[in-house]
Design a protein around this ligand. Structure first.
Ligand SMILES: Cc1cc2nc3c(=O)[nH]c(=O)nc-3n(C[C@H](O)[C@H](O)[C@H](O)COP(=O)(O)OP(=O)(O)OC[C@H]3O[C@@H](n4cnc5c(N)ncnc54)[C@H](O)[C@@H]3O)c2cc1C
Length: 467
């Protein structure tokens, strides 16, 4: 091991002497990885193939003690730090350039207490790992729509998912959180212990520390009546208008996603993906209006195990492809918004791209905007544009398209992004990040002042301390 040149929080850099690096390595149970190691490229890569940042060091933590050691080392040396949970965030904020990446890939255990109907999961677990353990007991909680997404980033930003109509967002199901704070100490936050921190962790993102474990409330979840209904693109406007009317007046058991996408043969389609979490016979009646419309090109709604529902979109979002997303919350979907989205989708340069509406869900809507840090409780859904392509020479065209769609949709949206789909201030601008936290921003700044006054956890949708 030689000396290591590494980025610091003030944007300059410093040299860590080899002895200091070795002492840090000796403290860790997991490996400390640098550019000279064979697995460096694999370890620094994340889901989005566009992200190509090179940390000076990667601490692949083997347990909670490693997380504490890494945070203390970073704090003592004033290092630029990023935190990797599932590594699924599109702007790739889990990876920093030339700093220390604290990688939670070694913390993935999930323990279910089936008697209490709770699960305690480590901060680097993915939803597929979580769902596998909880479904063994016929239980589940709201998780994201892609199975390889990390529970960490998704839950801390809010967490939209198929079960949110009945059980609220992922963050609404938290019971307790274990967190390593910026000074390297361990804190547990619940509704009664450190309640203000518990409030901030439910929507405030990775601003307050590194979560080593999340405890979630679980619910009995059996097979769901779920699947996509595809309509010809010529009927896209009517299908999306019908979707809007349906989504605004559904029982708690239902959640929905509507998308414009291309079939594997390249034919544009409108898809409405339905999920009924309740009595299947009642679900048949509730979902019938959308399945009768058209007629559909294909209707794949059927009784489906929950873990299969959680993989519906996996094939469309394969690791290593190039991705650039834009999205925004919206409390209603006007005919003009539908027409604009249909027109814009038709201009996509890549056949892999899609645009969508993802519904928040009735129970998520019933929580007051200030009850948790996730403030967008009046949103009917999130509108999104997912540019997906393969060839790096097509980067500019696809990024331009996503930005163009966002601009065209701006009049129809709330002006607030979902924290989990935005990136660093250099890309997003400070105002957009502030707007993403909505009315709760000032309260989150107060929490940041208390738990991370030097802004160690800045490589995220950063809430800046004012102390
Ligand atoms: C294709 C796709 C589909 C998606 N679908 C949904 C969806 O259905 N619902 C939804 O709500 N979101 C969805 N998202 C957004 C998703 O919530 C974010 O991408 C989220 O950041 C992923 O979490 P992660 O742990 O994998 O992220 P990472 O890339 O690992 O981390 C992102 C940031 O989260 C923070 N973080 C992660 N883990 C921890 C931890 N343990 N402690 C402290 N901070 C941590 C850090 O700041 C980190 O930099 C989707 C994203 C994509 C790309």
């Amino acid at each position: 091991m030689t000396d290591v040149r590494i980025a610091t929080m003030d944007g300059t850099g410093k040299v860590l002497e080899s002895a200091a690096v070795q002492a840090f390595r000796d403290e860790l149970r997991g490996p400390l990885i640098g550019p000279e190691d064979a697995n460096y490229d694999e370890t620094r890569s994340v889901w989005n193939g566009m992200i190509d940042r090179r940390p000076a060091l990667i601490a692949r933590c083997g347990g909670v003690a490693d997380v504490i050691a890494a945070v203390r080392f970073a704090r003592d040396n004033q290092l630029l730090v990023s935190v990797r949970g599932g590594g699924h965030n599109t702007p790739g904020i889990a990876v920093c350039e030339r700093g220390l990446m604290i990688d939670l890939a070694g913390l993935r255990s999930v323990h279910v207490d089936h008697a209490r109907r709770t699960a305690r999961a480590e901060g680097g677990a993915t939803w597929s790992e979580f769902d596998r353990e909880t479904q063994a007991f016929g239980l589940a909680t709201t998780g994201g729509a892609i199975s390889h997404t990390g529970i960490g980033g998704l839950t801390l930003g809010g967490g939209l998912g198929w079960l949110a109509g009945k059980y609220g967002l992922a963050c609404d199901n938290l019971v307790s959180v274990d967190l390593v704070t910026a000074d390297g100490s361990m804190v547990t936050a619940t509704a009664t212990d450190n309640p203000e921190l518990f409030w901030g962790l439910r929507g405030g993102g990775g601003n307050f520390g590194i979560v080593t474990s999340f405890e979630y409330r679980l619910h009995p979840v059996g097979p769901l009546l779920a699947g996509p209904v595809f309509y010809p693109f010529a009927k896209a406007r009517e299908a999306l208008a019908l979707y809007r009317d349906f989504a605004t007046s559904i029982p708690d058991e239902v959640n929905t996603v509507a998308a414009l996408m291309n079939s594997p043969d390249g034919d544009p389609l409108a898809a409405i993906v339905l999920c009924y979490n309740g009595d299947l016979a009642i679900g048949e009646k509730v979902l019938r209006p959308l399945r009768n419309f058209g007629p559909p090109v294909a209707d794949q709604v059927a009784p489906t195990p929950y873990r299969t529902v959680q993989t519906f979109f996996d094939e469309a979002f394969i690791r290593g492809r190039r991705y650039y997303f834009k999205s925004n919350f919206t409390s209603s979907i006007s005919d003009e918004a539908v027409a604009t989205l249909v027109e814009q989708f038709a201009t996509a340069p890549s056949p892999l791209s899609m645009v969508y509406f993802q519904q928040l869900g009735n129970a998520a809507n019933r929580v007051h905007a200030t009850e948790t840090a996730f403030s967008h409780r009046d949103a009917l859904c999130e509108w999104g544009c997912d540019a997906v392509w393969l060839d790096p020479t097509d980067d500019a065209a696809n990024i331009r398209w996503a930005r163009q769609v966002a601009e065209a949709m701006r009049p129809f949206t709330s002006g607030s992004d979902y924290v989990n789909h935005i990136g660093l201030e250099a890309e997003e601008g400070a105002d957009r990040i502030k707007a993403a936290f909505g009315a709760n921003y000032d309260r989150l700044v107060a929490l940041k002042n208390r738990y991370d006054p030097t802004n160690l956890f800045r490589h995220n949708q950063n809430i800046k301390p004012t102390v």
